[in-house]
Design a protein. Structure first.
Length: 397
């Protein structure tokens, strides 16, 4: 069995419950008589040889081991993963009002004790991601267990993300159960419905982590003119128009996303006259609207990840400040800025400071009226604060 021994004093994070062991913390690696296999179960011990945890080994990643369990007597096998999956699914059934929607996150990686493994449910379809060596090593077991625990028509893999490269894993996607003979999946979210492209769409097809925030926008949208930036397939736009917005301008750089967004407008029986789609880079569109002196009652900013890690935070801060400065300048008096960061490297505290600087440069008085985040299907383990990636504010000028 592979044994990873930590340097003196480097066990503190593990003892506090953190699930990662970085390469710089490792003193020795004893591979026994065999070769190292990516994802195999590894015993983690301190500098004196005392047991700390069982984990999954990732030879190419700076996160060299991801912890499965701190119970020395626990065997890491099929039954271990069955129990973890059952716990994750049970949590969603207990805390979510499933009747109000049929799409949610069922497994949220580290925060559900399953590092690198993500499962999203879209109606009768499960979309899975294996983002780390350990999850990839147990891939067949996870798929088999999901088939036993969840009734579904198909399981589709979307492990086509950049983070797999850091693990030394090639991107991969395609059907695992149920074949590939389908086009789009239709989901329901409150009064709204959406078509989801699980094969080509961003993330696993849709931004499930914004479900509660789409509801907030819908409740605030009545009689307002709205600018929806990074609109993707129209999630916020549909919520706003369903909530009574007078009009929406939706800016999105992807023609394919706009095409599906138009279909979502039709699906929800919303008049095309109430929404204007703009295919453009958001930064350029915002500057053009500023130069045209266009004004809105609400501006929604939901940009892609600018800072994947804390090391990128300062560079990303400039981008967040610029985009929010432009958004604030486009608001009518009393207008609302609904703004988000999904960058794990940007804390909520830093994001608020960036917004304060943007408001100062825009020469507006502004205040926070709501703090936003993901729904209960995206829990954050207290021992894994990195899981709190999505943060947002509703700001009134």
């Amino acid at each position: 069995m592979l044994v990873v021994q930590l340097k003196e004093g480097r066990e503190k994070a593990l003892l506090r419950g953190h699930p990662w062991v970085f390469s710089g913390s490792i003193k020795t690696i004893d591979q026994g008589n065999g070769e190292i296999i990516a994802g195999e179960t590894t015993k983690i011990v301190d500098a004196k040889g005392k047991f700390l945890a069982w984990g999954a080994y990732s030879p190419a990643s700076k996160i060299r081991v991801r912890v499965w369990s701190r119970d020395q007597g626990r065997k890491i096998d099929r039954e271990f993963f069955r129990a973890r999956l059952e716990n994750a699914i049970r949590l969603r059934r207990r805390i979510l009002h499933i009747g109000e929607f049929n799409a949610c996150r069922l497994v949220h990686a580290e925060s559900d004790g399953l590092p690198g493994f993500v499962v999203d449910r879209y109606a009768d379809t499960l979309v899975v991601q294996f983002l780390a060596c350990g999850a990839d090593y147990w891939r067949d077991t996870f798929v088999e267990l999901l088939g036993n625990l969840i009734e579904c028509e198909r399981v589709y893999e979307r492990s086509d993300v950049k983070v797999r490269r850091l693990e030394g894993l090639a991107p991969r996607k395609g059907p695992l159960v149920g074949g590939d003979s389908f086009s789009l999946v239709r989901i329901q979210e409150g009064e709204s419905n959406y078509w989801v492209d699980i094969r080509q769409g961003q993330k696993t097809g849709f931004y499930l982590d914004q479900r509660i925030n789409r509801s907030v926008v819908g409740k605030l949208a009545a009689d307002r003119t709205i600018l929806d930036c990074f609109a993707y397939t129209g999630g916020f736009s549909v919520s706003a128009l369903t909530g009574g917005a007078r009009s929406v301008v939706a800016v999105e750089s992807s023609a394919e996303a706009i095409k599906l967004g138009r279909e979502n407008i039709t699906l929800n029986k919303i008049s095309d006259n109430n929404i204007e789609w703009v295919e453009d880079d958001v930064f350029q569109a915002l500057r053009r609207f500023r130069d045209q002196d266009r004004k809105f009652d609400m501006v929604i900013l939901d940009p892609p990840k600018f800072a994947p890690t804390a090391g990128h935070a300062q560079r990303a801060a400039r981008g967040y400040k610029d985009i929010n400065l432009l958004g604030l300048k486009l608001l009518n008096p009393g207008g609302l800025l609904v703004t988000f960061s999904c960058s794990g490297g940007v804390s909520e505290e830093l994001f608020q400071k960036i917004l304060a600087g943007a408001a100062l440069d825009a020469r507006v008085q502004a205040k926070i009226i709501y703090r936003l985040g993901p729904g209960a299907d995206h829990p954050v383990a207290l021992n894994f604060p990195e899981g709190a990636y999505l943060k947002g504010f509703v700001i009134q000028v």
